[in-house]
Write a protein that binds this ligand. Structure first.
Ligand SMILES: NC(=O)C1=CN([C@@H]2O[C@H](COP(=O)(O)OP(=O)(O)OC[C@H]3O[C@@H](n4cnc5c(N)ncnc54)[C@H](O)[C@@H]3O)[C@@H](O)[C@H]2O)C=CC1
Ligand SMILES: O=C(O)CCC(=O)C(=O)O
Length: 448
């Protein structure tokens, strides 16, 4: 069980005191700090230069008003955020989330995670996150466009190819990135392709970026299997969510011979023992922005668990790909009882700390999001590379690069876990490898 080193207790206390009520951020900070005991004992120079305290304080936090008009002509008001957390390794990089639950604590936890995730990719990107408490559900395209334009009318002055490069997250996909990019171009009169990633293929986007987070999570899980001499072939898999990450994870698992038998949305889960029909699911989710209950209604043999989750469905592998803290202790117990052997996080911090402890103690191989879902941001960095060189790569080449990056993150996690005396512990390996990479850069750049 991870224990917080005594020397780090005052730092966590300070995080809690300086960020009152932001419980997701406290949770994310605790989870990283709990891994750093062996690091501070081996490297006193980090504590001497207050590197950990500095990493826990965002470099800049921007909060702004987003007024917009709905289709009935009524004025609506939302709150926008961008937390530029750390830029020691490169320009701030991380997604935008549009969801009613968004507040500063969510954006900060996501930005904090992003620092270490981005470091793990080995690519030159710092960490940030942003978003708004806007709910795109039920809004027309025109309303989403007006919201995005208003959001960018403030955000544009804080971002840029060499400064801060946002992308998508929950509620922000290709449509929203298009509207945001259009408004940025209009305001600045610059076709600055590298200012956003997740763009469409005809206007500066990269092949594989839409697929990258889901594919990358599956590549990571595949490496875990390979390390044990196993493969996806014939495995029963459950995946939470049915958005960008989940749908592409399903696609890759089916390509690798596994069978995804359940997925979900915020209203419930769908179980299809024959294996999910991805084309039908995509048509419902992407074509009509429908619900998984529509899938159950349209497909023979599928059943809808209204208000339920996928964790009660017996499986070999579980991939949480929806949202934070969606897999709790009871869910972990159900997974363990039903023989699940691997949990790899496609979402950010979807597994509660108590659930992680139960899974690890039961011998389930657990891959934390900052390692397992790093394929999305890594491919964003590849998009930035292509934009910088006015180039565009083929699907196969880009997917091959993604595969190499995920294998390298996997191996680095295991090597680092070995080096710091916690063999096989992906959580410690990811936290320590990400932390030391960024901490060395922070030290090198002086007190800034
Ligand atoms: N899009 C990306 O490239 C990356 C996304 N992530 C993370 O992956 C997760 C999913 O993001 P996307 O797929 O991009 O978002 P999305 O907006 O495309 O999909 C989110 C999905 O989660 C479902 N959902 C939301 N709350 C739920 C709940 N309580 N129970 C079950 N399902 C629920 C929604 O119905 C939707 O299907 C988030 O945690 C995000 O931070 C992580 C790395 C990169
Ligand atoms: O592609 C990006 O810049 C952001 C991806 C993201 O938001 C994440 O990794 O959670």
């Amino acid at each position: 069980m991870p224990v917080l080193d005594e020397s780090l207790v005052p730092i966590l206390d300070e995080v809690v005191a300086r960020n009152p009520g932001e419980r997701e951020f406290h949770q994310a900070a605790r989870e990283v700090l709990e891994s750093l005991g062996p690091v501070v004992r081996k490297h006193p120079e980090y504590a001497d230069a207050e590197v950990i305290r500095r990493l826990c304080e965002p470099e800049r936090q921007i909060i702004f008003r987003v007024p917009w008009q709905d289709d009935a002509g009524r004025v609506q008001l939302n709150r926008g955020f961008r937390v530029e957390f750390n830029s020691a390794l490169g320009p701030y990089k991380g997604g935008l989330r549009f969801h009613p639950s968004v507040y500063l604590g969510i954006v900060k936890f996501l930005g904090f995670e992003q620092i270490f995730k981005n470091a793990l990719t080995g690519l030159p990107i710092g960490g940030a996150k942003g978003g708004a408490d806007f709910d795109p559900k039920g809004r027309s395209d025109a309303e989403v466009m007006r919201f995005c334009q208003s959001f960018m009318t403030e955000l544009y002055r804080h971002i840029g190819e060499y400064t801060d490069v946002p992308a998508g997250d929950i509620g922000v996909g290709g449509r929203e990135i298009g509207y945001l990019f259009g408004q940025y171009k209009r305001i600045t009169n610059r076709y600055e392709s590298g200012v956003l990633t997740g763009k469409g293929l005809t206007w500066g986007g990269s092949q594989v970026r839409p697929e990258a987070t889901g594919y990358g999570t599956v590549f990571f899980a595949d490496e875990i299997l390979r390390t044990a001499g196993d493969s996806f072939d014939g495995k029963r898999v459950v995946i939470s969510g049915s958005g960008n990450v989940a749908l592409h994870a399903i696609e890759k698992i089916h390509q690798l011979g596994g069978r995804v038998i359940a997925c979900s949305d915020s209203d419930g889960a769908v179980v299809d023992e024959a294996g999910l029909d991805l084309e039908l699911l995509k048509e419902i989710k992407n074509g009509h922005r429908g619900r998984v209950s529509d899938y159950a209604a349209a497909r023979d043999g599928a059943r809808h668990l209204a208000g339920g989750t996928v964790w009660s469905v017996p499986c070999d592998i579980a991939l949480p790909c929806a949202t934070q803290n969606e897999l709790d202790e009871d869910d972990a117990k159900a997974l363990i009882r039903n023989g699940c052997r691997i949990v790899a996080e496609g979402a950010n911090m979807p597994t509660t700390p108590a659930a992680i402890r139960l899974l690890v103690d039961a011998g389930v191989r657990f891959a934390p999001g900052k390692a397992a879902n790093a394929g999305g941001v890594a491919t964003s960095a590849l998009e930035m590379q292509q934009n910088a060189s006015r180039d565009s790569w083929s699907f196969d080449y880009t997917e091959q690069r993604l595969g190499e990056i995920m294998r390298s993150i996997h191996d680095r996690c295991l090597e680092t876990a070995d080096e710091y005396g916690t063999p096989g512990d992906y959580v410690a390996g990811a936290n320590i490898a990400g932390f030391t990479q960024v901490a060395d850069a922070v030290l090198a750049l002086g007190v800034i």
